[in-house]
Design a protein around this ligand. Sequence first.
Ligand code: TXA
Ligand code: MG
Length: 336
Amino acid sequence: METKYLQFNNEDLALAGELIRQGQLVAFPTETVYGLGANAWDEQAVKSTYLAKGRPSDNPLIVHIWDKSQIYDIAREVSSDAQKIIDALMPASITIVLPKKDTISDVITAGLDTVAIRMPKSKQARDFLRYAQVPVTAPSANLSGRPSPTTWQRVQEDMDGRISAILCGDMCDVGIESTVLDLSHGTPKILRPGVVTPETLELVLEKPVEIVTNPKSKVNSPGVRYKHYAPKVPMVLDLTDDHDKLCAYYDQKVAEGYNPVLWCNHPFRYGKRNATAMGIDTRDVARGLYENLRYLETRYDFIIASFCYDPKSMYGDEIAIGILDRLKRAAGNNII
Ligand code: TXA
Ligand code: MG
């Protein structure tokens, strides 16, 4: 199939909307990462998303909306906690999990009784969704297991020829996927950390939220079980920022014949060794995270990532929880 490259003008947006309603797949920008959109009311279209990505069918999809009134077409029940989040935070980089209506296909929810709903903050995303006129399921627009795309060119790398169209919008400003918050029953639970932090959620909900991060536990977010975001070259993660240890590890890799890179906070400390900065603060690290992974794997053959969570430093806020989650997955939990 020949993939169309569409721009953000009325004509192309109308075509993108038309393609969605016809059951085709259209990739589009959001403020977090690019999504691979399909008409949520069209089971066949939703099925083809799993195929295009090579995604296991037991990993459910998020339904994207542009107007809060759509939530009541999708969720069976909106608890008072959910209403607080909807009123205070949406649109934002957050996804809420609520009990689903019967009209929501099992293909979307992978058989769960709940559905994930997200109203993106980005204007480009909401313009596209408005033109689509229907709720749109969208996983990140990467091949399953690869780092999520934050530019349309990265979507092109993975999806050219596999989907009908790519809306060529801006680079994503947030850079990591939305916070997934389960509000379907009991204590609110963060199933996937993101830039909407536990602190913010607790302020809005006026109660504690639980952070569920164990990838092996049978939590309600099946997506966290799978290997994710892996670069094509081996990657390890250091959490200490110990200069001497990192130099020794790097030199060992060189001795083994690798051309490694230190991806870290203070690259200038490492003299002639290959070293590159992660970012000046957590927002910056998140924004560049996947783009850096996709770049570094083309230049080096071993990635030594170092991210030291220090509450007193510029990496000290709760966005670091989301970054650490992605780095651990990218490194296949290989911590040195
Ligand atoms: O920022 C984002 O959320 C991006 C953009 C495109 O909106 N989308 C995204 O989708 O990251 P995806 O498919 O890559 O991740 C969806 C996550 C998975 O971890 C999945 O398991 C979880 O949401 N999820 C979806 N439906 C769920 C449900 N009913 N209960 C629990 N978790 C659910
Ligand atoms: Mg994804």
